[in-house]
Design a protein around this ligand. Structure first.
Ligand code: SAH
Length: 513
């Protein structure tokens, strides 16, 4: 909705935060969702674009340090043009729009064009990056002041606009933005004006992101060390005694999976819970949907089975998606959970059981073993001869369950409730990370994830790219599929759950460290 009453557009100048997509304000996120057009920067995390409403126009406004895709005036012009065309525009800028973000200039242009706007502050990198590095910018024992300074000022400039003397005297923390290129000059200026060469310094690159890098040293040696290790922008430079606290207070880059790139192969419609769990442990997670869950080619199969729902004695669900599509079909018929009546329900795996509970159904049988073999074992204990069993399943599911139950004398109806189809390629980011050796582990949570990834990459390339990567498989069936394709399985939990898989992963990397 356009908040203005005339036909002119409206601009939200939004601080996107420093990188961690969780570090945007609630208001900023809401405004992204309201925009017709989103103009976003290099430093604003792309992940925030998922809050855009479908159909919003997304424009990358470029600006990669030095080699600008678009000049600032072009961005400003585009902003004004989009707003004048009547759009609600979200201008998404890294960190805070008014801290070294040229937000002031963009606002001036909006004022000149009489376009209404709002500023939504963001967490600036100069505050967030030190926080994620475990460096409090002020601390009663060390300093009572902090200054934010641009490090971008041309070193050749005769009369510096920066008051080096007052920055150097006393013990105030100094935070430089854009200071990598001029690092040695910055350090020299501070020392020449009285800061001790022993003053600790921290460089924080890509702060708050899972690939955050921190380098520490002193005013005397930091420039040389940075040069030696090839430390690159974008980075924040923190100068001051507070940097010493990092040793005790670091938390972000000391989490158990920090620095580990993990490729999570998963079904497109699956919830990203596993990825979230890994990210919280510090891993850099790349997601790759190897499976999209789509409706069956002939939904009538399930629809017909549901017509006779009352005649079944048992309903078996072996996946979250089976539950999802079963209920979607049930609801489409104008029915609800009551249609299941006295029919007993078997759920394989805790996720499946939880999905059922969300529909008010408690499973009568939850086999301890999640494999098809485990399920039929449970049914051996129950007299199923003559019983009618409905088993809504995936198109490519193994037919062990219906086969064995039929052998036991049950009448089994197993309609296809959904299909697994394979997208034809990997997301660019994941592929690039694989090629550059930034992925240390790949996780497979079903045989189809393995098979589909192999199909997407081509078998040779699949083996070649995964050669140095630790393979994690959720259970023996998935592990067997890995081996059949020529992979060695390094991580395989005893219990076939994502939590157990995560624990096994932690153990593996702990042993490696
Ligand atoms: N408006 C932004 C700053 C833009 S200037 C803000 O408030 O954060 C660009 C500079 O910001 C970079 O050169 C770098 O010094 C710093 N920067 C931005 N994001 C960063 C990050 N995630 N980690 C470290 N430095 C970052």
């Amino acid at each position: 909705m356009n908040p203005t009453r005339d036909n002119k557009g409206y601009v939200y100048l939004i601080g996107a935060g420093p990188g961690d997509p969780g570090l945007i304000t609630v208001k900023g996120r809401d405004c992204i969702g309201r925009a017709d057009v989103i103009l976003y920067d290099y430093l604003a995390n792309d992940a925030l674009l998922q809050h855009a409403r479908p159909g919003a126009e997304l424009i990358y406004a470029g600006k990669v340090g030095g080699s600008h895709n678009r000049e600032q005036w072009q961005i400003t012009e585009l902003l004004v043009e989009k707003a004048l065309a009547g759009n609600v525009v979200a201008r998404l800028k890294g960190g805070d729009p008014f801290v070294f973000g040229r937000g002031g200039e963009e606002c001036e242009a909006l004022v000149a064009a009489a376009i209404s706007f709002e500023i939504i502050p963001g967490i600036t990198a100069g505050i967030a990056a030190p926080a994620y590095a475990g460096i409090p910018l002020t601390h009663r024992d060390f300093t009572t002041s902090v200054a934010f300074v641009t490090g971008h000022e041309s070193p050749g400039k005769e009369a510096s606009a920066i008051d080096w003397q007052s920055l150097s005297l006393g013990s105030g923390t100094v935070v430089f933005y854009m200071g990598m290129k001029n690092l040695s000059q910055i350090a020299a200026n501070l020392m020449a004006n009285g800061r001790s060469p022993e003053t600790p310094v921290a460089l924080i690159r890509w702060g708050t992101r899972p690939d955050q890098q921190v380098l520490t040293g002193t005013l005397a040696d930091i420039a040389e060390t940075a040069h030696k290790v090839g430390f690159k922008p974008p980075a924040i430079t923190v100068v001051g005694e507070v940097v010493r606290l990092r040793e005790r207070l670091r938390w972000f880059d000391s989490r158990p999976l920090f620095g580990r790139g993990i490729l999570v192969t998963r079904a497109a419609d699956q919830v990203g819970e596993f990825s979230k769990m890994l990210a919280e442990l510090g891993a850099q997670v790349f997601e790759c949907s190897t499976i999209s869950i789509v409706p069956p080619e002939s939904p009538e199969e399930l629809a017909v089975a549901l017509d006779g729902l009352a005649r079944y004695d048992w309903l078996i669900f072996t996946s979250f998606n089976a539950v999802k599509y079963f209920f979607a079909q049930l609801h489409a018929k104008g029915l609800d959970t009551r249609a299941i009546g006295a029919c007993r329900v078997c759920a394989v795996g805790p996720k499946t059981a939880a999905a059922l509970e969300a529909h008010g159904l408690r499973a009568d049988l939850v086999p301890a073993d999640y494999k098809a073999e485990g399920v039929v074992e449970e049914f051996r204990k129950i007299p199923v001869a003559g019983k009618r069993i409905l088993f809504p399943r995936a198109d490519k599911a193994r037919d062990l369950i219906p086969k064995v139950l039929a052998e036991m004398g049950a009448e089994v109806v197993a309609p296809v409730a959904y299909r697994n189809v394979s997208p034809d390629r990997l997301p660019e980011e994941a592929l690039q990370a694989l090629e550059e050796g930034r992925i240390h582990c790949v996780t497979f949570t079903s045989s189809s994830t393995v098979e589909h990834l192999a199909a997407m990459l081509g078998e040779n390339r699949f083996l070649q790219l995964l050669d140095q990567v630790a393979v994690a498989a959720i259970g023996p069936v998935t592990a067997r599929s890995c081996r059949e394709l020529g992979l060695e399985v390094a991580i395989e939990p005893k219990e076939y759950t994502l939590t157990a898989l995560t624990e096994e992963l932690l153990r593996y990397f702990h042993d490696k460290a």
